[in-house]
Design a protein around this ligand. Structure first.
Ligand SMILES: Nc1nc(=O)c2c([nH]1)NC[C@@H]1CN(c3ccc(C(=O)N[C@@H](CCC(=O)O)C(=O)O)cc3)C=[N+]21
Length: 294
């Protein structure tokens, strides 16, 4: 799996960082409340950190934590020089305004790439920290696409964490990008022109075989919990994989974009640590190039 290759590279580069700086890169993960899926994701992130030698700090706060208390927690991590990356697991409880919280994270420690400074950097093609899922999609695409120039990419979904940033990354690669969403009309006919289909709609079975042209590449970002006919619950994506034999490549769910997200989070943490120790950060002057695969 490609995520394993990235993790191997991160592990090697973490060792070099430790040799040079005498400390390990450190990732702080803040989890508010008891959402079971969030707990599973956070434990995966912490386990993967351990595997590559990144130190992790877990802050588990009760669901009734006030917004001010959460902001104070972020402030403390922001000024702690031994912390290189900060991630606040989403979704947050309803009484907390996620936009205010994400705004508070120091952009140079924002390993999710959700802070407006990093969003702005991405939109101008000059940022430091790229959101993990979109970056993972790009790396998967780069493993099968030699030249993106002029390819037609259709993105289904316009969220801030996936749809919009992945569209910007593909635009930066000179794709012709169409962003579609829940109110898009004639979605199947729009998808049918695509060389690259990126689906992040959270709708199981949305993308049917007949929507996708032969030879297209499908990146499936959906994570949907469904119950099969024997009553077992399982995770499926947004594309009907069994109908996509005519596609050039389709990412599976599970085992596709999800593990890449985690690998990119750790890669971002190492990058944040390297930028910080080199006195260069995405909120300082000096733009960082978008990293390439390989
Ligand atoms: N601040 C923040 N940053 C995030 O990056 C973030 C978040 N909040 N909130 C939730 C989403 C979701 N997410 C996933 C990460 C890994 C898998 C993953 O590894 N999935 C495996 C297992 C799937 C399963 O069995 O559950 C796979 O697809 O193979 C899935 C989903 C990160 N998110």
């Amino acid at each position: 799996m490609m995520a394993d290759g990235i993790l191997d590279t991160v592990r090697r580069d973490v060792a070099a960082f430790r040799a040079r700086c005498g400390i390990a890169p450190a990732l702080a993960v803040i989890l508010v409340g008891d959402d079971p899926a969030s707990h599973v994701y956070v434990s995966r992130k912490l386990k993967a950190s351990k595997r590559v030698g990144i130190a992790s700090i877990e802050r588990h706060l009760p669901s009734e934590t006030t917004q001010d208390a959460l902001l104070a927690e972020i402030d403390a991590l922001n000024i702690d020089p031994s912390v290189h990356g900060i991630l606040v697991q989403l979704p947050l409880p309803r009484h907390i305004d996620a936009a205010v919280v994400l705004d508070r994270i120091c952009p140079s420690k924002d390993v999710d790439g959700f802070h407006p400074v990093n969003v702005g950097r991405l939109s101008t093609g000059t940022q430091g920290l790229i959101p993990c899922t979109p970056l993972g999609c790009l790396l998967l695409l780069e493993s099968v696409v030699q030249d993106f120039c002029g390819l037609k990419a259709v993105v289904i979904g316009k969220s801030n964490i996936v749809g919009k940033p992945v569209a910007l990354l593909l635009l930066e690669r000179e794709c012709t990008v169409t962003v579609t969403h829940i109110n898009t009309r004639d979605l199947p006919s729009i998808v049918s022109i695509a060389d690259i289909v990126i689906v992040a709609a959270g709708s199981p079975g949305l993308v049917r075989g007949g929507w996708v042209k032969p030879g297209a590449i499908v990146i499936d970002i959906g994570i949907n919990k469904v119950v099969d006919k024997d009553g077992r619950s399982m995770i499926v994506g947004d594309a009907v994989t069994s109908e996509l034999e005519h596609a050039a490549a389709v990412t599976p769910v599970p085992g596709g974009v999800g593990p890449m997200t985690i690998a990119c989070l750790l890669s971002n943490t190492l990058r944040a640590a390297n930028m910080m120790t080199a006195g260069r950060s995405p909120d300082a002057q000096g733009a960082q190039p978008i990293p390439r695969a390989g």
